[in-house]
Design a protein. Structure first.
Length: 191
């Protein structure tokens, strides 16, 4: 009986020592696809969201002047004629951003960059177009500041940005939303 107990205890000790040396390998599982896999599968969420948003933004029906004249509409003096002429002039990005500044959908931040302010927005804004326009403007401003810093190494980047912002705010559209040094938002008043 002692031999059996000794063999059992030796085999048990051997099993414990082997179990202590063996461990499961670290395994990392990812539940998301890579960007390349998403593109190959056609799962472009940003593009799908942009298309969905552009589909719900109301737009005018693009009638030509000839189609309206053929329908018997006088385009010379009536209000419809003026609206058609205004609709044919595309809204530039600068005008679009000025409208967003006045509508408080974006604001001129203390940092000199534009930021989106959806909490104070008073009008409809296509967020995809707004975000893209704000990013383009901010990128060009940063490039301009970097260029000015390279050509004026005696000035700090903060000084260059502050001087640029002071001059930029002088030309800002009246009624545009501007962040003050205290962090509060204010509306640019024009005389």
């Amino acid at each position: 009986m002692t031999v059996r107990f000794t063999i059992f205890s030796i085999s048990f000790a051997l099993a414990l020592s082997l179990a202590a040396c063996i461990s499961a390998p670290d395994v990392v599982l990812l539940d998301r696809k890579t960007i390349l896999e998403e593109q190959a599968a056609g799962e472009l969420l940003t593009l799908a969201n942009a298309l969905r948003e552009s589909a719900i933004v109301p737009q005018a029906v693009p009638y030509t002047r000839g189609q309206l004249e053929a329908a018997g509409t006088d385009l010379s003096h009536d209000a419809l004629g003026r609206l058609v002429q205004l609709q044919q002039i595309p809204l530039s990005e600068i005008d679009y951003l000025d409208n967003l500044l006045v509508g408080r959908c974006i604001g001129e931040a203390r940092s000199g960059l534009l930021i989106e302010t959806p909490a104070t927005c008073t009008g409809p804004a296509a967020t995809v177009r707004t975000s893209a326009a704000v990013q383009r403007v901010n990128r060009s401003r940063k490039q301009l500041w970097r260029y000015l810093q390279e050509h004026n190494p005696e000035s700090s980047s903060v000084q260059i940005r502050d001087i640029w912002r002071q001059r930029h705010l002088q030309a800002l559209v009246c009624g545009g939303q501007v962040q003050q040094d205290s962090g509060e938002w204010d509306i640019k008043q024009c005389e």
